[in-house]
Design a protein around this ligand. Structure first.
Ligand SMILES: *Cc1c(COP(=O)(O)O)cnc(C)c1O
Length: 423
């Protein structure tokens, strides 16, 4: 292990993606390692917001069908641009809604309790919003979540075992909803195996890709996943509240949307204004109402960049950045009480490193005061996400050097060990 800064500089010189860094707005003297919570603004995303505003100014109502990016077709167009990121066929992806609303839509569409099969299988480590949505979907069907929501337990509070999940796929399970990458520990679940095992037992399975999209390649069609959904403001850099996305396997095309609206319509039928819905024969059927066009605009620029960079190259660099970060932490911080709590092997780690430390809240505050933006996760977790498109190996080196100094000088003791409102 070479712990010299010159080695980091050397790695940056060999980096094929380095040219993308200058496309982003990076704050001077700040190292941003929080792209897994909110990705940074790129000049291309900004440009597309401005040109979308200009199209409103210029075309008014005709902007729906005229201009460079007619608004009426934008969700479909960006869905197509997203397909390489999730490994989907044409028409299997639509840019719409948010993570939580898309989950509601997909659960409403795919959860049909029948006979013995009345339960939804999830896990105890998932993001709260997913669990709230699943519970309300059960309640809407008159089912008590206490009995009908099964949450796979973690043995260590950080990760899940594939065998435990498979064991929980019993005959009373109607639907499985799991994250691709766990938001705290960054564990990447074995999506192909879980999908195969679910299907063997006649259970449909969907994944929340919030923490993997834009960071990890997926092959949803090849893996035969039934559905998936995600946000676009984390690794995809779509901006706060940018429009999310969903995938529906083409074998389910034609399935009636659980939550219908006029944007569920086939595009050429929508303005017939009939009271009987003619749903699109694509993933577009799972849209509900008018798309939030101004919140889609940044994605036009952002998804273009992902297309140019290529998701395989992004994953390769991301793995190298996190490997380098973990090696430096082990070499430099071994006496300071940190535990690396993310899985370390390449097949099961996502795009961030997860450190556990009893003083995590105040260590994060000290990092921020020293120009490093980490991400604190209650009660004792620090997420560090070096992002392939805009972070460097030198920044990884700097972060570890700053953290070492904070620990050696105990400067974190100057802060309260308590989280902020958003942490
Ligand atoms: C970020 C995230 C969400 C957020 O949901 P929104 O509807 O976009 O607010 C939900 N689930 C997971 C797993 C997430 O990582």
């Amino acid at each position: 292990m070479n712990i010299e800064k010159s080695y980091a500089v050397e790695l940056d010189q060999q980096d094929e993606l380095i040219s993308f860094r200058k496309e982003f707005y990076l704050e001077k003297d700040t190292i941003y390692f929080d792209g897994n919570s909110l990705g940074l603004l790129s000049k291309r995303a900004e440009q597309n917001v401005l040109s979308l505003l200009a199209s409103w100014k210029e075309f008014a109502i005709d902007g729906w069908t005229e201009g460079e990016h007619p608004w009426y077709y934008l969700s479909e167009k960006l869905g197509k641009l997203s397909t390489p990121l999730v490994g989907a066929d044409e028409d299997e992806v639509i840019v719409t809604g948010s993570t939580t609303t898309n989950l509601h839509q997909l659960a409403a569409t795919f959860f049909h309790p029948e006979g013995k099969r009345t339960k939804i299988l999830a896990d105890e480590l998932n993001f709260p919003s997913d669990i709230y949505a699943i519970k309300s979907q059960l309640e809407l069907k008159g089912l008590d979540p206490e009995e009908h929501l099964v949450q796979v337990k973690s043995n260590n509070g950080n990760t899940l075992d594939t065998s435990d999940i498979v064991e929980a796929m019993t005959e009373d399970i109607a639907l499985i909803i799991l994250p691709s990458v766990l938001y705290r520990s960054g564990q990447l679940l074995d999506i192909p195996t879980l999908t195969k095992e679910a299907h063997k037992r006649g259970i449909k399975i969907g994944f929340d890709l919030c923490h993997s999209i834009g960071s990890i390649p997926h092959h949803l069609s090849d893996w035969d996943v039934d559905f998936a959904f995600w946000c676009t403001y984390k690794h995809l850099n779509g901006g706060p509240g940018s429009v999310g996305g969903l995938y529906v396997n083409k074998k389910h095309f034609g399935k009636k949307p659980g939550l219908a609206g006029w944007f569920s319509s086939a595009k050429d039928k929508q303005f017939d204004m009939e009271h009987t819905l003619s749903p699109a024969s694509t993933a577009g059927a799972y849209q509900i109402g008018t798309p939030h066009v101004l919140s889609i605009a940044p994605l036009i620029g952002s998804l273009e960049m992902f297309k140019e960079a290529g998701i395989n190259k992004i994953r390769e660099k991301s793995l190298q950045l996190t490997a380098y970060l973990m090696e430096l932490i082990k070499a430099e911080l071994s006496t300071h009480g940190f535990t690396i709590a993310n899985p370390e092997d390449e097949t099961s780690r996502g795009g961030h490193v997860f450190l556990i430390h009893p003083e995590a809240a105040r260590i994060c505050k000290a990092l921020k005061a020293n120009g490093v933006i980490p991400d604190f996760r209650n009660p004792n977790g620090i997420r560090l996400a070096p992002v392939a498109l805009y972070n460097t190996y030198e920044e990884v080196w700097e972060v570890v050097a700053k953290l070492k100094k904070i620990m050696e000088e105990r400067s974190y003791k100057n802060y309260e060990n308590k989280r902020g409102v958003i942490a």
